[in-house]
Design a protein around this ligand. Sequence first.
Ligand code: DC
Length: 214
Amino acid sequence: MTTPFVIAVDGPAASGKGTLSRRLATQYGLRHLDTGLSYRAVAHALLSADLSLEDEAQAVEAAREVDFAGLDPLVLSTHEVGEAASRVSVHPAVRRVLVEKQRDFARVAPGAVLDGRDIGTVVCPDADVKLYVTASPQVRAGRRHREILRLGGQAEYGAILADIERRDARDMGRADSPLRPAADSHLLDTSGMSIEAAFLAACAIVDEALGAKN
Ligand code: DC
C-alpha cells in the first residue's frame, strides 16, 4: 500500500489558499478539506444555540459533533461566522478535538490537500508539500472587496481592510498554534501574482515532491 500524499496549505484570511487548494486537489486526484470550515461549524453551532463563544466546554461539545461530510460552505461562509470562528479557535481543547479529526482525514488514501492556519506546523508536520500562501493585507482586502461587489453586494474597502488586519492579529497572536509558516514551507506571495500564476508555481513544487516520492 502506498502512503497517502499530503499537501498542507496555510495562510491568512483571503489569501486565495482555498481556491488554490481546491485546484490542487482536482489536479492531483486528492481529497480536499478546508479546515477553516470546521472552526466555522463550531462557531455556527454556538451562535445558533445562543451560547457564548468564550464557553470552552460547550465549544468542545460542538467540536465533537462536527461532521466533515456535512459542512455547508454557504451557511458557514458569512463574515459573522468567520469572525466567531477566529474567536473559538483560540481554545486549545477545541483545537485538540478538531486537529485529531483533521489528521484522520489526511490519513486516508490516496491523500489530501488540507488548507488552514496550522496544517504544516501542527496538523500534518510530515506533509509531503507545505505551501504558505500570502499577500499584503491591502491586496487581500482589494480582492475580497471586488468579489463582494461582483456578487452584487455592498462593502467598504476600509472596513474590509480593518477586518483582515484584526483577524491576522488574532490568528497570528494566539498562544496555541498561531498562524506562521512552517520552517520547511514554500512561500507563495501572491501580492503581484494572478491565481493562475500561483497555481502553476504550486504545481511545479508538487511535481517535484511527487517525483522524489515515486
Ligand atoms: O480560513 P477561514 O477564514 O475559514 O478560518 C476561520 C477561522 O478559523 C480563522 O480566523 C482561524 C480559524 N482557523 C484556525 O484556527 N485553524 C485552521 N487550521 C483553520 C482556521
